[in-house]
Design a protein around this ligand. Sequence first.
Ligand code: URA
Length: 249
Amino acid sequence: MKAADKQLIYTLLKTADAYECGYTREKFAAEPVFTDDAETPQQEMTVEPIPTMTDSSANANSGLTIEELNAKILRCTRCGLARTRNNVVPGMGVQTPDVLVIGEGPGHDEDMQGLPFVGKAGILLDRMLAAIGLDRKTNCYIANIVKCRPPENRNPLPDEQSACFSFLETQIHILKPKMILCMGKIAIEKITGQSISINAQHGEFFDYNGIPVMPTYHPSALLRNEQLKRPAWEDLKLFKKRLDEINNN
Ligand code: URA
């Protein structure tokens, strides 16, 4: 505190004291001399570090459970989607999943319920997964590239995807899925960092830090175009074959 401020407070207190007690401190003590306090360094604004998979030490030390991470995600205000969402949709599933399924972002039903893939596309997704022995209640985790609904179901913007991506990276780090299934172009492009044609490259295997990743058609695309169901089914069979190999090794 500055000497001038201390002096001001002292004078105010002395006046109040004199008013109450009818005497002044001068009767008992010499007037004090005030000096400036030593400068204390301004506390730095701390920004919570966002661990990324490229920063392995940050991840190794993140030490979070999936519930703790998801609790952080629920409080996120990193991008503009925080202003229009009803609920954040961190993800759902088992804690040690065989498979992580990644979608694009919550739609209307997901935004209202705070859960991923619970609308029409979600019902179809659950049927696709069940066809290859996968279920969010027993061996899968379902998450999205962005955790909040883009208004009018538009594609999440690159900035929104980037703001959210470290959450997904950390989810992958914690969950350690054996395989990843990307539903649609946005999910596979963000996970691989490559430009990908879903028509040409669905059913191919990619790598994410040692985890096999396959893109297939998004269930919403299958709802719009029945003809895509056959190739999606072929993708799922290949995916299941690889998972069986991993599980049997
Ligand atoms: N579409 C997605 O990509 N994710 C959801 O959670 C729901 C629909």
